[in-house]
Write a protein that binds this ligand. Structure first.
Ligand code: PEP
Length: 255
């Protein structure tokens, strides 16, 4: 199966500039020396750290930097926004789109996600499109329907060729930052469903080649069991990505 194995660290709004550079300076050599070269590690620091950290990863094998968000617009009078092409020019190769915190606190929809994905792809960035259900949606048994809708609204306008440059992250909202992790079986069920959706809407080729990451309280203790599941190609890690030892151990768990 030729899918990229990925472990991504979403730093969210943590670490000032010096702390961020120091964390990246710890993580990069640890991941380089300890992790298998088959795994891609992606750091998602705050925007202001991005260019400096991109300089640190330049020329390193399989270590990348991305933005936590990008504008749905190309350029112009959008105060406070950062465009996909700005991220690219600062050294980013990836961008998170549709993270549940963007959906929850900033009212972002999957339709907004589709616009951001289009911007990212046009700028040469790989979007990591996040989907996932809330606790009520899971308890109400609606999670498959919710996730299918997020996939439909975010991705269905793309071509098969574009899908070769898209990563998906399944992040159950009830598991993000809560310490509650989906069991490997619960996560696998949804990952297989997402892969089935890709097969139906695009092709077997797209389904087989798209990396699908799990996110939600991944840590060094639970990562191996999650990554061992057939359709889980890695993790999107929040809290545990802020500690170099923990993040490196999670990258190592993805063999
Ligand atoms: C995230 O922010 O994408 C995330 C999964 O956070 P945490 O690992 O802290 O749950």
């Amino acid at each position: 199966m030729s899918r990229a194995k990925i472990v991504a660290g979403n730093w969210k709004m943590n670490k000032d500039y010096e702390e961020g550079l120091s964390l990246a300076s710890e993580i990069i050599p640890m991941v380089e020396s300890e992790a298998s070269t088959g795994v891609h590690a992606i750091l998602f620091p705050p925007f202001v750290h991005l260019h400096a950290i991109a300089s640190l990863v330049k020329g390193k094998n399989h270590i990348y930097v991305g933005g936590q968000d990008c504008s749905m617009h190309t350029s112009g009078a959008y105060t406070g926004e950062v465009s996909a092409s700005m991220l690219r020019s600062a050294g980013a190769s990836h961008v998170l789109v549709g993270h549940s915190e963007r959906r929850q606190y900033y009212g972002e929809s999957s339709a907004d996600g589709a616009l951001k994905i289009a911007q990212a792809l046009a700028a040469g960035l790989i979007p990591v499109y996040c989907v996932g259900e809330t606790k009520d949606e899971r308890l109400g048994g609606q999670y498959e329907e919710i996730i299918a809708r997020q996939l439909q609204e975010g991705l269905s306008a793309l071509s098969e060729a574009q899908m070769a440059h898209v990563v998906i992250a399944y992040e159950p909202v009830w598991a993000i930052g809560t310490g509650l992790t989906a069991s490997p079986e619960q996560a696998q069920e949804v990952h297989a469903m997402i892969r089935g959706w890709l097969r139906n809407h695009f092709s077997a080729q797209v389904a087989n080649h798209t990396s699908i990451l799990y996110g939600g309280s991944v840590n060094a203790g639970n990562a191996s069991a999650l990554f061992a599941m057939e359709d889980i190609d890695g993790g999107l890690v929040g809290g545990a990505s802020l500690k170099s030892r923990d993040f490196t151990d999670i990258v190592k768990a993805n063999r």
